[in-house]
Design a protein around this ligand. Sequence first.
Ligand SMILES: [Zn+2]
Length: 342
Amino acid sequence: MKIVLQLPQVERKKNARPSKCPYCKGEVFQRWGTGVRRIKDTKVRSIKVSRYKCTSCRRTFRAYPKGISHAQQSARLKKLCVIMWSLGLSHRSAVLILSVFGVSLSHMSGWRDVQREGKDIQQKLKWRSVRVVGVDGAWMHGKGIMVAVDLGNGELLALAEIDEKEKGAVEAWLKTLKQKHKIGAIVTDDLASYKEIANELELGHQICQFHVRRWVGKALKVLEKELPPEWLYVIPKLQDLINDLPVNGGKVLYELWKEMPGRTTKPDEKRTPLEKLRDLVLRLSKDWESYIEFYSDPGIPWTNNRTEQIIGRVKNRAKRVRGYKSNQGQLLGSLVASQFWT
Ligand SMILES: [Zn+2]
């Protein structure tokens, strides 16, 4: 796992004059004195702030050196707080480490840095167009969350406190995401509700083939021991289809289904192994188009692995955080935590 560590530069004094007045965008101003201000940073203790007076609107304004704003913390220190927290330190531990280097900061400042970073990320993501999105549900702090990952760059796109089992809520959330980001296709596991949602929202749909292989493999292993011998040939046939994913697989499966004897047990009775196999064949046939959507678009992966990775990371960070102030705070924190690892 690679960690992206990039800290903003901080300068002691402003080298170039500002180009525009922040109020009226005027371009002519006079120097209006300089001052020295103490700041919080890992290296720089104080900086020079120049004041200017705009000749058009007569207002004065300050020009800060690179990496400095009106805030007490430098951009570098803010980022460092965010990174330390992302790597798993509590805000209190981060403050302790900084104190060793002579920087005194309250743990609440560190918390605010993370929240601000989360809001910045959210803002950046807001209207970006994303073609293919990995979608999955997870549990965090006893609550259901939904995660959407941009499968173009592999980064977290959105997080929401929604239980995956509440189809209506998931659909409404995906509908908004689709509109905002112009999403063309989703990749999910093979929960039946995703298929319906993709249909209703007219989204391309790829079902993660790792999930399919896992559950089909398990089901076939059980059936292998129970089936009448004359139907055993179907098992390697299904395994081959799942492994090769031929374009006409759905049709092949449908033909096979038609050859199999129909159900003889009553609906409330236990299905025979052969009936279970027949239902399995029909289900695979019906879902086949969503197994091979990735053939139609090289931007669609055939598994949802990336989304699961991101969920793992978000959960890992959440596990080590006690006492989030709010759900919103938790979501912003997760957004931040997912950013610094690639
Ligand atoms: Zn002005």
